[in-house]
Design a protein around this ligand. Structure first.
Ligand code: ZN
Ligand code: ZN
Length: 291
């Protein structure tokens, strides 16, 4: 028996229900992604958005074309995964636990994303992640610009912990749906290349839990740090936060975004903070020979 006949037998009426659900899931998913992305593009094209560019550089057309194609592919893969979940119902579901599901799913995703992302930056696995890093300067469409293999890995990183969790706690569809919606919106938010948060954001304890767009923009420009998704904790604990992060955020939030990918305001600040070290004088001028 062919695999497709086993999964979706033609004579079974449920096949047609599944096909209809897949179509609806695909349509809703792509529309919500495109609406969110174009809202972010609109904000970045306003006077406010142009003033608060984090990297004051434009995106090459080739990057935007690739990202648009990947958005359609990535959104379709996600819709297929949602439809498969509906068909096979692998989770222990319950109507309650909406906020518990949302919170635990969010925390688990932060941990798995950091782990997967950091592994994908190793020499052996980077080929899977390279597609996402075509964007040195991010655009709202970078949020869904992944290779098919990376999109599947990310989906597995999202679903497997939830599958394990459902052995201990019934999972709420609504809680999971909320997490996916928030994940999409924040994914586009961190790829805006516009610092929409105020300059005091990082100093305010509760707001500080959520990464402003500068955090992930620096990851795309520099590669070597900021592997976390929406919260700063793992980068901070594991020493992968850039030392000049607060400085770059403050500059972008005050309309003085960086002019090049290699800009390091921390180094400039260090140079400015100290007086130039005087040259060591030659020995004979220091020690006067006793006569
Ligand atoms: Zn990366
Ligand atoms: Zn990214």
């Amino acid at each position: 028996m062919r695999l497709i006949d086993f999964i979706l037998p033609v004579e079974n009426p449920e096949t047609y229900t599944f096909a209809a659900f897949l179509g609806v899931s695909l349509g809703i998913n792509l529309v919500r992604i495109l609406v969110l992305q174009w809202t972010a593009f609109f904000i970045s094209a306003t006077h406010f958005g142009l003033k608060r560019r984090i990297y004051r550089l434009t995106n090459p057309l080739s990057q935007l074309k690739q990202e648009f194609a990947s958005t359609i592919t990535g959104g379709s893969i996600d819709a297929l995964v949602f439809a498969a979940f509906w068909k096979f119902k692998p989770l222990v579901m319950a109507g309650d636990n909406v906020w518990q599901t949302f919170f635990l799913s969010f925390v688990l995703m932060e941990i798995t994303f950091y782990t997967i992302h950091r592994a994908l930056h190793t020499r052996k696995l980077y080929f899977i992640h390279r597609h996402h890093h075509v964007a040195r300067v991010v655009s709202p469409m970078s949020a869904f610009s992944f290779s098919v293999s990376e999109r599947l890995v990310i989906n597995a990183g999202f679903m497997i912990p939830i599958l394990l969790l459902s052995n201990y706690m019934p999972i709420s569809y609504l809680g999971l749906g909320l997490h996916v919606a928030v994940n999409y919106a924040l994914g586009i938010f961190i790829h805006m290349n516009v610092e929409v948060t105020p300059s005091w954001w990082l100093k305010f304890p509760v707001l500080n839990f959520l990464n402003p767009p500068t955090h992930h923009s620096m990851h795309h420009a520099r590669y070597t740090g900021h592997f976390g998704l929406f919260t700063p904790f793992l980068d901070r604990i594991l020493g992968t936060e850039f030392h000049d992060y607060a400085k770059v955020h403050g500059l972008a939030a005050s309309g003085q975004g960086l002019e090049s990918l290699g800009s390091r305001p921390e180094r400039q600040e260090r140079r400015e903070d100290f007086e130039p070290v005087p040259k060591v004088q030659p020995m004979e001028t220091i020690y006067v020979r006793a006569s």
